[in-house]
Write a protein that binds this ligand. Sequence first.
Ligand code: PEP
Ligand code: MG
Length: 342
Amino acid sequence: AFEARFAKSKGRQAAYAALREVEPFTRCGTRITVMMNAGLRDDMPNLSLTGADGVGLFRTEFQFLVSATLPARERQTRLYRDVLDSAGDKPVVFRTVDIGGDKVLPYLRHNDGEDEENPAMGWRALRVALERDGLLKVQARALIEAAAGRTLNVMFPMVSEPWEFDAACAVFEGQRKFLKGQKKLLPEAIRYGAMLEVPALAEQLDLIAPKLSFLSIGTNDLTQFLFAADRANPKLAERYDWLSPAILRFLRRVQLSLAGHQVDITVCGEMGGRRLEALALMGIGIERLSITPASVGPIKELVRKIDLKEIGAAMNQWLSAPPPNLREALAAWALERGIEID
Ligand code: PEP
Ligand code: MG
């Protein structure tokens, strides 16, 4: 059984490699944007290996996590510049540090050194970065300098309230002004985005939509907060399904609430890298995914097999009157059309 599976997987890998240069258009002619997630310099060769459209999520905290001390500004600038150089014409979206919570840095005291009862909902990400100039301000300068002469795409993690997004943008604008005063070459443009991973932000998206260039939905955290289910607890992993009407209805509502605005919406959580989940996401109107590099081939292949109107109609029906098991319904739908799902 293993040998048969291995041979099948090898055959598939070859088919995915052949798709590297092929643009992922659906059968109905919509171009789906398939980007990859990254966090280190060493991840960047995957861009050309997979043929991804860019880096939709660069987790900048990885540099902090692999370092013994807080990375100095110059080191950060070098990394960001190297990443942009290796991406060439393809866009890179840098997420400002998401540390705290489960990503503890031994050289940085969090929460005044106190242990937290719920670190995932605690003193982490933008909450810490806004408080510490040594984090956000330094990172803003490093990113702006690294992106001189190009477009800088930056997004903020765990935005829960509009003022947090405004405050983070203000830190970047302050650094842009400072560097302009120093007659430094600036980025051609800075595009600001927020991650949607705290459900509360969904209720106030209209307030920041005019200032947003893009929204990136982090389904890993979003799911744990929607279901109140720790994403790191294996006992809960099987219990709450990404293909539950609760999540998909929520995402569809977010998608519809931004319909009149010029805001790109991407899903950058692990959900988008799984074929059945990606099918459901495209069925509710998501046309941009940022996923683990190993999933780029399988998702590009899936995209070429689907018709958005067809899956859109099916999803509409299922989300209006959910079947007992949406995963099974979707799998059967895919099977009927000869679409492999794993
Ligand atoms: C997410 O929460 O879905 C996400 C993409 O961010 P991270 O996994 O780094 O928390
Ligand atoms: Mg997250």
